[in-house]
Design a protein around this ligand. Sequence first.
Ligand code: SF4
Ligand code: SF4
Ligand code: SF4
Length: 250
Amino acid sequence: MSKPRVAIFDFACCEGCQLQIVNLEEELLDLISLVQPVAWREAMSESSDEYDIAIVEGSITRPEDEERVKEIRDRAGILIALGACATIGGINKLKNNFDLDEVKRYVYGKDAEMPHLNTAMTKAVDEVVKVDYKVHGCPINRSEFTYIVRCIALGKEPVIPNYPVCVECKKRENVCRFEYGEICLGPITRAGCNAPCPSAGFWCYGCRGCVDDPNVNAAKDIMEKYGKTVEDLMQKMALFGSGQKTEARE
Ligand code: SF4
Ligand code: SF4
Ligand code: SF4
């Protein structure tokens, strides 16, 4: 049986998630025994438009990007969104909270009106095309990436946690960040990372996006118990948008 052909594409992002793939080193060779890379700007010079699996990193921030990702979707049998920028819009979605012209002036100064600096509201990939699988996180977790690609190559369905980071955090016996007077997004954020941030003394900032059906009432109870408000929680969520769809002003 021939190996599925894989192409990796990047949109608006820092390319750190692709770097995680490059950093797989020997494990990358194992993966290549299951799939055949045919296009990957960051790691190979050859490029082909014939592929079975498209891996898309980055968020969609311009009309021309929407057209490009639609073409990629049309060519691919399976599309995987790679990393928070692709799965939930990531940090790039911060700009949706501001007037776009103001953002452009702030970033590009006198060059803001140059046509190649055109920008639009940031969208996660699944706000533009159908996404079959998501590799969450900023950056992605390398083991989770290899697990998902392996499953797809072997025709199995990957199991992605749909419970909160708190579950993994409790297993690691961490003292809760709320006990330190901080706000942590663990109660509503999708697990799968093994809670590295609370384990290292930081709050979870929600890079894996929300669980499918977050227990909002339980989150409110926690906020009340520790004398915090829902507004405090929303402020923390702004960094990663926590999977919220685009609703900000045009
Ligand atoms: S998810 Fe994070 S690490 Fe990955 S490309 Fe986006 S900003 Fe970079
Ligand atoms: S530190 Fe965060 S992730 Fe850990 S138990 Fe507390 S709220 Fe949950
Ligand atoms: S603990 Fe939270 S912020 Fe840290 S990696 Fe996990 S989901 Fe991301």
